[in-house]
Design a protein around this ligand. Structure first.
Ligand SMILES: Nc1ncnc2c1ncn2[C@@H]1O[C@H](COP(=O)(O)OP(=O)(O)O)[C@@H](O)[C@H]1O
Ligand SMILES: [Mg+2]
Length: 264
């Protein structure tokens, strides 16, 4: 996909910029699909900074961050990981879904993020790697309601004193964002889809439904319309069918809402 311009609807770029100027690290908090990754990429692009990214999961190991020993032609060398690389180069480091990582991984990260901004390479030479001056770290966390996410330890959270909340945008803003991703003009159908998405989001927020659709879904809906799909079918496919996962009653609830909004 071609790089699209990020619509900075809540002034997040400016906040990140001030944090960068002040050498303060940033954490972005919000549900999936609200534009966290796009925001960070857009900022790096504007600043012309190299961006190193890692997406955390339970399987992320310290070695992904710090590095691993490798054997080539009979000699052992140490291949530095993304954390060390970004510190040496003074790049921007993007730690995505940091609260999905295991405690030991977070502890190692904490070593680098504290005010000295340095880490001991105990895996290889024992060298102390000091971060270059403009090293900049931005992390994201999903709200705790998301499965697989844990609470971030408070001392690690304190390494990110600039906190940005990124929620689902207001309807008119979401429409503008969807329009950036599509070519056709389906304004009234897309407005309906955004209303549907917001209904489902509100139901999910009070735990009446198990799943909350994101901007990815409203964008996908628009793209299917671009390819000539009728809006009722696109709504079923993008918004409705997923609820079958939680059984027929859950699915039927949503299916009825879709029929009431898009007809039969
Ligand atoms: N403000 C925005 N401007 C342009 N596109 C956006 C914006 N917010 C979200 N999107 C689009 O929505 C989708 C999900 O965004 P993404 O950055 O991957 O979300 P997250 O990282 O929060 O899960 C992407 O296709 C992205 O391009
Ligand atoms: Mg993301």
């Amino acid at each position: 996909m071609t790089e699209l311009e990020y619509l900075d609807w809540n002034n997040s770029i400016q906040i990140i910029d001030k944090a960068y100027e002040a050498s303060l690290f940033v954490i972005i908090i919000g549900p999936k699909g609200t534009g966290k990754t796009s925001l960070v990429r857009d900022f790096a692009k504007r600043k012309n900074m190299n961006l190193e990214s890692i997406n955390f999961s339970l399987r992320t190991r310290e070695s992904h961050l710090v590095g691993t020993k490798t054997l080539t032609d009979g000699t052992v060398s140490f291949e530095e990981g993304i954390l060390i690389k970004s510190m040496r180069e003074g790049d921007m480091l993007y730690l995505d879904e940091i609260n999905s990582a295991e405690a030991d991984v977070l502890l190692r990260l904490d070593e680098a993020l504290d005010d000295r901004r340095q880490i001991v390479l105990k895996e290889s030479t024992g060298e102390i790697v000091k971060a270059k001056e403009n090293w900049f770290v931005v992390a994201t966390i999903n709200p705790l309601t998301h499965s697989g996410t844990k609470e971030l330890p408070p001392q690690l959270l304190s390494r990110f004193p600039v906190r940005i909340r990124l929620e689902y945008p207001p309807e008119d803003v979401e429409l503008e964002i969807v329009k950036k991703h599509i070519s056709g003009d389906h304004e009234s159908e897309i407005i309906q889809a955004i209303k549907l998405a917001n209904t489902l989001r509100q139901a999910a927020a009070v735990e009446e439904l198990f799943y909350s659709p994101s901007l990815r879904e409203t964008i996908a809906f628009g793209k299917l319309l671009d390819r000539g799909m009728p809006s009722k079918s696109a709504a079923d496919i993008v918004f409705g069918n997923v609820y079958t996962q939680w059984g027929n009653i859950e699915y039927q609830k949503v299916s009825d809402i879709i029929t009431s909004m898009f007809g039969n």
